[in-house]
Design a protein. Sequence first.
Length: 202
Amino acid sequence: MTEVSFAKSFLSALDSRPVKLSAEHVEDPKTYAARSPYTLPKMPKPMIKRRSTFIPGQERSLSVSVKSLRNPPLDVKLSSQGPNTSVLDVKNAVSDESGIPVAKLKLLHRKKPVPDSKVLKDLVADDETHVEFSVMVMGGAAAVKTPPAAQAEVAQGQSGGEVLDTREFWDDLKGFLLQRIRDEKTAGELADTFQAAWRAKA
């Protein structure tokens, strides 16, 4: 095949292909084919626009929940928070209730970290009244402050063998036995048996 015949066959092959328009092509409106108007289908249910339940000028109140499924488990709920409450304020409230230092807390909203400078109204829509955070505790359970053990209060009054000589002790014992056995006769017999055995020993 000579070069001329090859060029002719190549050009004829190009002519048989559909014409491609450039991105800047502008069609002449006069050449438009007649088109029937298109009507959008009707919705099965009419769309109802949500109306805000807040009075103009009234500041809405938001409820906040902070949860953690990891160690240590946390479930803190804060109510009546203003929309301008910052994430740092929420962390301080969680720290007060859980005893975990603020520096060890990292709050996440929709699985994304939230900076301390954000406020609640930046995280919710206009018609939402609840914000849910998940929390990460840096360091785990080791970050939790262990409160000092409260000193046990020592009961004042009689103690030791002196208590066994009082009628109140045996009445309390009889009441305890009655509560456990639920039979007044049997409870009385046991209480008398205990009292007689103690007096025989003494």
